[in-house]
Design a protein around this ligand. Structure first.
Ligand SMILES: NC(=O)c1ccc[n+]([C@@H]2O[C@H](COP(=O)([O-])OP(=O)(O)OC[C@H]3O[C@@H](n4cnc5c(N)ncnc54)[C@H](O)[C@@H]3O)[C@@H](O)[C@H]2O)c1
Ligand SMILES: CC(C)=CCC/C(C)=C/C=C/C(C)=C/C=C/C(C)=C/C=C/C=C(C)/C=C/C=C(C)/C=C/C=C(\C)CCC=C(C)C
Length: 587
């Protein structure tokens, strides 16, 4: 949900929608808290066929002179789209990013109100360290000459679970497992066994250069250099965390804890969470640690967008893509709601696969691959989100930054409104709120069906009622006096996510219908439509900022190979893409 969701007009006033204005504001940031560097600029021309007079101010003057075909058009500036765009731009590709909203970032955007800077999504950032090969956010920024100051989070998350089970996930792995073993001493070996497998997978991932798993020259190269690690990954690709946990752990409460560990990153239990994804997050939080960017999560997208422009590529805001233009079955361009058309050799959609095929290609027959994807995966629920400012004194000293609350019954873990996520980013970065105040960002799963068919008055009343219930639960469990300490409150619903992020039903990505075969069934970036690629959380490896960043890296590599900026072999491509397509049908 974006920040300006609730009042886009005031937001528009504050953040200019024009690309030129964005550049200005980026440079301003660059000299201040985001530490931007100055870069060369290349001259380039926007490909535009028809320019509506009402929107002419959003297009650079020279764009009217000439039509030119871009190397890639990226629909949407979520982290997935921006990483794909910047990775291509640094390979000298000319990229145009079209964003429907006023600022970049999508669900990793931000908004400002009454002196508070709120993160749209949650504030738990993986992949943001200076270590290893899996720090994909750090690497994506570095590729375009950006770096951000980060604050290490000493505790990834503090779990408050049924039967008064309280577990803090400390940054130091030994501290965390020792705490867990102290709660389940009879399961010491099981705990070490399960998390040990996670480390084996994580270390294998961390030994590889991460690029497109759909590009055979790279893939075979990695197999040649790191055969054991690649075989280990291939072995775990079709497996789920819950099955592996059950090989080591018997205690039902500890297995439920593993479910909660997986739920916070996949919104499903461990039996449905791919082992590769679980290992990635359960280890990175101790290896590189969770690190919060100074100034807020929104700075990541702003920095990437600024870096993209520095590389000579372009980003346009208020550019709502209505359809993808096909020519003889090949994706060649896009048409905006205002009638403008842009053309490129490749089109990359950061809209979800449901939106891409259901809306942007409406009227076209759904390709078999997408049919299969929709059979195996459903849309994950959306979130009810409460952004609050509170008086600082309501938080006890040493309160952790991130909390997960499930009070009485494990059965409620996956129920709508059953468990509560809470982030207090001002614990790490007080500059996000006025003096003497903290930010509480509370969210809980919620489906759009709950919020439809209401009059505006009923909708507002329901938001207040549901939010009040959630706040009371936190008041009872964690912070007595919370309700009366609120100085600011804004509630977003799945409708808000749908409206401002253009996500079908406000979904936060795919969720397996049944028990998946690990990540085997997840589509990568290519699609059945020539020239069309997808990126973001409805592609492998799924939900999460670091996950969509990886999807962006993969996508850029595959596109670069297809437009001649990287090596490729047509024969090997046909073989590997065929094999991957066949493997997906087994999921
Ligand atoms: N770790 C965290 O705490 C955290 C926080 C926030 C978000 N996230 C994750 O980020 C992921 C989403 O990232 P993403 O990159 O896939 O997508 P996204 O939803 O963040 O971005 C998509 C962007 O595309 C734009 N868009 C969609 N349709 C468009 C159209 N037709 N024309 C123009 N623009 C259009 C939207 O406005 C949005 O800016 C989620 O899975 C979520 O889990 C995680
Ligand atoms: C192809 C074949 C057959 C074979 C091959 C083999 C190989 C080589 C393989 C390889 C593979 C790879 C490389 C892979 C990779 C992967 C990755 C990187 C992954 C990643 C993932 C990630 C993820 C999933 C993440 C996620 C995250 C998230 C979601 C987060 C979230 C958070 C939140 C929500 C927060 C919470 C809050 C609170 C508690 C407050």
């Amino acid at each position: 949900m974006n920040l300006c969701l609730h009042n886009p007009v005031t937001c528009a006033d504050r953040s200019s929608s024009l690309s030129s204005a964005l550049k200005t504001s980026n440079y301003k940031l660059g000299t201040s808290k985001f530490g931007f560097l100055k870069h060369r600029k290349k001259n380039h021309v926007v490909a535009v066929r028809s320019v509506s007079t009402s929107t002419v101010t959003t297009v650079k003057e020279e764009t009217k002179r000439e039509s030119q075909v871009y190397d890639a058009i990226v629909i949407g500036s979520g982290i997935g789209g921006l990483v794909a765009a910047t990775q291509l731009a640094v390979k000298e590709a000319k990229v145009l990013v079209l964003e429907k909203y006023l600022i970049p970032g999508g669900s990793s955007g931000y908004y400002e109100r009454d002196g508070y800077t709120f993160d749209v999504g949650s504030s738990v950032m993986f992949g943001f360290s200076d270590k290893g090969k899996l720090n994909l956010i750090t690497q994506a920024l570095k590729a375009v000459g950006r770096e951000m100051e980060v604050i290490p989070d000493p505790t990834t998350v503090h779990f408050h679970l049924p039967n008064d089970l309280s577990v803090q996930v400390h940054r130091e792995y030994d501290e965390f497992v020792n705490e867990l073993i102290s709660k389940f001493p009879h399961e010491k070996e099981g705990i070490l066994g399960f998390y040990g497998i996670c480390w084996k997978i994580f270390n294998s991932l961390n030994s590889l250069e991460l690029k497109s798993l759909e590009e055979p020259i790279y893939l075979f190269g990695q197999f040649f250099q790191k055969p054991l690690e690649c075989l280990a990954l291939a072995y775990y690709l079709p497996q789920n965390a819950g099955d592996i946990a059950r090989k080591y752990i018997k205690d039902p409460q500890l297995l439920s804890f593993i479910d909660a560990e997986c739920f916070i990153v996949s919104t499903v239990n461990a039996l449905q969470t791919p082992m590769i994804n679980a290992s990635m997050v359960l280890c990175d939080r101790h290896y590189g640690g969770i690190n919060y960017p100074v100034g807020g999560v929104g700075g990541i997208a702003r920095s990437l967008a600024g870096g993209l422009v520095d590389q000579g590529s372009e980003i346009l805001y208020k550019a709502n893509v209505k359809s993808i233009i096909l020519d003889d079955g090949k994706a060649v361009g896009v048409r905006l709601a205002d009638g403008r058309e842009f053309f490129a050799k490749t089109i990359i959609s950061n809209a979800t696969r449901w939106d891409t095929f259901g809306k942007l290609l409406k009227g076209e027959k759904l390709p078999k691959e997408e049919e299969n994807f929709q059979k195996v995966y459903v849309k994950a629920p959306s979130f009810l989100s409460i952004h609050m400012g509170v008086k600082a004194e309501v938080l006890p000293p040493d309160t952790d930054c991130h909390h997960f609350v499930l009070e009485d019954d494990w059965k409620n873990l996956e129920e709508p409104y059953g468990s509560i996520f809470l982030s207090i980013p001002t614990i790490l970065d007080p500059s996000l709120a006025p003096d003497g105040r903290h930010i509480l960002h509370i969210f809980t799963t919620s489906s759009i069906e709950d919020w439809e068919g209401l009059t505006p008055k009923e909708y507002e009343a329901k938001k207040e009622e549901v939010a009040a219930g959630i706040i009371q639960r936190l008041e009872k469990k964690l912070f007595p006096g919370l309700s009366s300490s609120i100085t600011f409150k804004e509630v977003g619903t799945p409708r808000t996510h749908r409206r401002y992020l253009a996500r079908d039903k406000g979904t936060y990505g795919p969720m397996p219908r049944g028990t998946p075969k690990g990540v085997l069934g997840m589509p990568f970036n290519t699609t059945a439509i020539d020239g069309l690629y997808c990126v973001g959380d409805s592609c492998f490896p799924g939900q999460g900022v670091i996950a969509v960043a990886f999807s962006g890296v993969m996508c850029a590599h595959r596109v670069a190979a297809d437009i001649g900026l990287e090596r490729k072999s047509k024969v090997l491509d046909a073989g590997l893409l065929g094999l991957l397509g066949w493997l997906r049908t087994l999921a």
